[in-house]
Design a protein around this ligand. Structure first.
Ligand SMILES: [Zn+2]
Length: 354
């Protein structure tokens, strides 16, 4: 059986892009060692998300191994790697530098894919030679991080990863730093009134429908549902503009239902961007820190059927162009939030018709 047939047999019902099949079919063993998906995406002209989903499926099927690699923050070399997210540690040590360093999921953690030996055998000379070359380069202080690479955060905030490997969580004592993550918090207003007017069964149906709208909007815009807390939802995104797009999509979908016209269920959404730490809470991946607290506070400060976000979100140029495109009218306000010392610049936005 050739490689293409083996992939097709291992992934029934999953459409693997033809360019990817062709690449793997004709690749040398070295080409299938530490595959950089960002580079490959450009080379074979397949979107990164599509490529990542396909590789994650191949990892699940045992054709490839996924490696979480730590780059030393002093010399860029890779002193260690793990195959499972759950084995990652906050701190690592580089024997070449004889120094410790802290891992940041979107800075020095690179995710690569290597063919499993049972799929394509990679002779041991290849990794040994690459390692020797890397050590020589480090000694001459010329070892570089690749210009573009798939970061640990990009992998973690991927829906296919979430579906297939969502049970991989850090040990409860570990936390991993993330330099920039965008968090969306939502909650509904009017559910108590709705429960007393419509009764439990009907209300529950509506609340369930609201979850469906939210989950869909988060996933379709490249985010991941981190958790639900009662009727509230927390989503994470790599890019602020995707969180805004998801919020606007939820808003639009809500407006298409009769809920708003009968006065029930208004959705209140808050978005903030910043650094956080990834932790394990109740055996799921969760985020912790100031950014999380502020995103939740911004959400809680929404009065009606609105979206609010912080200045930090508006500093993103993609957000600015998207809001311009939507002809959004923004209302700026400085707010004091409990537990946060300085006033926070917050923007309110009610999306009109698209
Ligand atoms: Zn080092």
């Amino acid at each position: 059986m050739n490689r293409t047939d083996r992939i097709r047999t291992a992934l029934p019902g999953f459409e693997v892009p033809a360019q990817l099949l062709q690449f793997i079919e004709t690749a040398s063993p070295e080409d299938l060692f530490r595959v950089n998906l960002v580079t490959l995406s450009t080379k074979i002209n397949v979107p990164l998300d599509t490529l990542l989903s396909a590789f994650l499926k191949m990892v699940e099927a045992g054709l490839f191994n996924l490696s979480w690699e730590y780059h030393c923050t002093h010399c860029n070399a890779i002193p260690d790697f793990k195959h499972s997210f759950s084995e990652l540690k906050a701190e690592s040590y580089c024997p070449l530098c004889d120094l410790g360093f802290r891992n940041t999921l979107d800075k020095n953690v690179e995710v690569t894919f290597t063919a499993h030996n049972s799929f394509v055998e990679i002779p041991s000379e290849i990794p040994e030679r690459i390692k020797a070359e890397a050590i020589a380069a480090v000694k001459e202080k010329r070892y570089q991080m690749p210009e573009h690479f798939l970061s640990g955060l990009q992998c973690l905030v991927n829906e296919t990863f979430h579906q297939l490997f969502g049970e991989q969580v850090l040990s409860s004592e570990e936390s991993l730093a993330v330099e920039t993550i965008t968090l969306l918090f939502t909650d509904i207003k009017g559910s108590t009134q709705m429960y007393s007017d419509l009764g439990d069964t009907k209300s529950y149906e509506i609340v369930r429908e609201h979850f469906k709208i939210l989950f869909q909007a988060i996933v379709q815009n490249g985010g991941v549902v981190v958790k639900t807390i009662g009727d509230a939802v927390m989503g994470s995104f790599l890019k602020p503009v995707n969180a805004i797009r998801a919020a606007v999509q939820v808003h639009d979908d809500f407006n298409k239902r009769e809920w708003t016209s009968i006065g029930y269920l208004q959705i209140k959404m808050g978005i903030h961007t910043g650094h956080a730490i990834v932790v394990n809470l109740n055996d799921t991946v969760d985020y912790f820190g100031n950014t999380v607290n502020l995103a939740a506070r911004v959400q809680a400060s929404v009065k009606n059927h609105d979206i609010r976000f912080t200045k930090r979100v508006l500093e993103d140029s993609e957000v600015v162009s998207y809001l311009k495109e939507r002809k959004a009218i923004l209302h700026k306000k400085f707010e004091m939030f409990k537990g946060i010392n300085d006033p926070v610049e917050v923007y309110r936005f009610t999306p009109g018709a698209p």
